[in-house]
Design a protein around this ligand. Structure first.
Ligand code: GLC
Length: 554
């Protein structure tokens, strides 16, 4: 397969950047970010090398789950802008070479959604069957996603005397996907956003979305995803579904679509790889990550893994064993406030790594060198920290820090009017902001820009086949990615001690060289593809195997 034959699969080499309009840039100084502010920051995103902007929910909301509780799936919250802004924004972004995808949150609605308000009026209300009702909670109950905040996934509705299902908060009643009318609403909502220039969806909570209500037979629940993908492709050949599926790899494969069946999700986040990464960081030992990567299934060419280090939620460690989770907690979340739901950490990466620039850079180098598509959460590019004063998950959802001015230049409104405030510690805007880093190639921002450039000029990372190579050292991850265009090799040292790695790439053409993609240097390989490479403490290196006659620019 030639890469050029499939260059229309744009997501294979994309760089995704997740942001919340509410906390990105406030242009009218009311204390809340808006589409106008975001539009003024497109330059920053373009210069960073972002190719896809993922917008967190911006629809009308009572905001009791930071916008993941929606009252109108086809609207824009008036605090953020209007529908016309979305159409303008997607057009302008595309002009600058960026696509826009949006969060798609149709597992549930807000309890203030007109459908639910109608549904709870009486047992035979027109929208009653849009939701899942029972006379009594089933004996075998699913566990709540928010232990400590909710104690059940069923809530009694006083007026009609029945219980409704809510997989998340009690103010987020689950939609009933066994009802064909609900399935239609889901599809028409997708179709609607495509018409406004959206290139795809980050599908929220996918396993919950397709799970039928207990005791209801809807046949194969994956048929819903297959239907949506078919519909999507009819409406827009370029659109993608990027799914949130935090399940073991084997089960994730079913969400891409079983072999022989029509496809389902286009991309999925690699939650398991992410969790193994933190175990490796905590142990200063690359083996947990190496083992996880070796177990990660190779996907069909059209499908893709989305790699990430942090997202807007807690850093979930739910797939680690109890003992492993404790190790990561001990290393990175020693205080109570840093932990939530018994499974996750509410800090950003730089604070967890005590601000050590060597370690932070090693982790981002790894993110961009892993086969798949990297996803950044806003603020990662400048090393923002969390605000411990803000409860739970909200601690990492602080305003983007643009300058060293009050409110980080995000807004000129009085600080008390901001829904989320920047930290006031060593990660405050006066210490960490875009303006201070944007012209400094030595800054973290400069470094991340160099990673995005190298990632984009190394399409084999997005396309190729991964092998984890023996590095001879527990602390060092050595991985190779092989694609038609060439072979890529990366080394990452998880330990605080410099080392020499003896690489063995296997037979190579005579006179092949190893080209260092960051230090712009070349080294001779012997015919067995062997070479010794020096790595700094927490060091990293990216190489390409260059054979005689290779005409690619390195
Ligand atoms: C997803 C979102 C999370 C939200 C939940 C309910 O997991 O990432 O922020 O609370 O869905 O919509």
């Amino acid at each position: 397969m030639k890469i050029t034959d499939r260059s229309d699969l744009w997501w294979k080499t994309a760089i995704v950047y997740c942001l919340d309009v509410e906390t990105y840039m406030d242009w009218n100084d009311d204390g809340c970010g808006d589409f106008e502010g975001l539009a003024h920051r497109l330059d920053h995103l373009a210069e960073l090398g972002v190719t896809v902007i993922w917008l967190m929910p911006f629809q009308p909301t009572p905001d009791r789950d930071d916008g993941y509780d929606i009252t109108d799936f086809t609207g824009v919250d008036p605090r953020l802008g209007a529908l016309t802004d979305i159409a303008e924004f997607t057009r302008t972004a595309r002009d600058r070479g960026m696509r826009v995808i949006i969060d798609f949150v149709m597992n549930h609605t807000s309890d203030r959604h007109p459908w639910f308000k109608s549904a709870r009026r009486s047992l035979d209300a027109p929208y009653r069957d849009y939701y899942v009702w029972r006379d009594a909670p089933p004996k075998k109950q699913a566990q709540t996603v928010f232990p400590g905040e909710e104690d059940s996934v069923w809530e009694l509705d006083e007026r009609t005397g029945q219980y409704y299902l809510h997989s998340f908060y009690r103010h987020q009643p689950d939609l009933n996907i066994a009802n064909p009318a609900v399935r239609d609403e889901i599809a028409t909502t997708m179709g609607y956003w495509l018409e406004l220039g959206i290139s795809g969806f980050r599908v929220d909570a996918v396993p919950f979305l397709i799970e039928p209500p207990e005791g209801v037979d809807i046949g194969d629940p994956h048929e819903l995803l297959r239907d949506l993908r078919r519909f999507l492709q009819r409406r827009s050949s370029e659109a993608v579904l990027l799914g949130e599926v935090n399940l073991p790899y084997e089960q994730q494969l079913d969400f891409f679509g079983k072999q022989g069946d029509p496809p389902e999700l286009t991309m999925q986040f690699d939650f398991l790889g992410m969790q193994a990464l933190y175990l490796s960081l905590a142990r200063e030992d690359a083996r947990p990550l190496a083992e996880m990567l070796a177990a990660r299934p190779q996907l069909e060419p059209e499908a893709q893994w989305a790699n990430f280090v942090r997202n807007h939620d807690e850093l979930t460690l739910d797939k680690l064993s109890d003992a492993e989770r404790e190790e990561v907690f001990d290393a990175f979340a020693p205080e109570d406030w840093m932990r939530v739901y018994g499974r996750g950490i509410v800090r950003r990466l730089p604070t967890m790594l005590d601000g050590d620039p060597r370690r932070i850079r090693m982790v981002y180098s790894l993110l961009f060198s892993l086969p798949g598509t990297p996803v950044l959460f806003y603020g990662e590019e400048i090393g923002m920290g969390e605000n411990p004063e803000q409860q739970g998950r909200m601690s990492v959802r602080t305003p983007m820090q643009w300058t060293g001015e009050p409110n980080g230049g995000f807004s000129r409104a009085p600080t008390r009017r901001l829904r989320a405030q920047p930290p006031s510690d060593g990660y405050a805007p006066e210490h960490v902001n875009v303006e201070a880093q944007m012209h400094d190639p030595e800054s973290l921002l400069g470094f991340i820009r160099s990673l995005t450039r190298r990632y984009r000029s190394s399409p084999e990372i997005g396309w190729g086949v991964l092998d984890v190579l023996p590095s001879g050292q527990d602390a060092v991850l050595a991985h190779r990615i092989t694609a038609d265009v060439g072979r890529f090799v990366a080394l990452h040292n998880f330990a605080p001690t410099p080392t020499i790695v003896s690489l063995d790439l296997g037979p190579v053409a005579p006179d092949s060289q190893l080209s260092d993609l960051f230090r712009v240097d070349r080294f001779d390989l012997d015919e067995q593809g062997r070479i010794d490479v020096h790595l700094d403490a927490y060091g990293y290196a990216w190489f390409r195997v260059v054979e005689p006659g290779d005409r690619r620019l390195t």
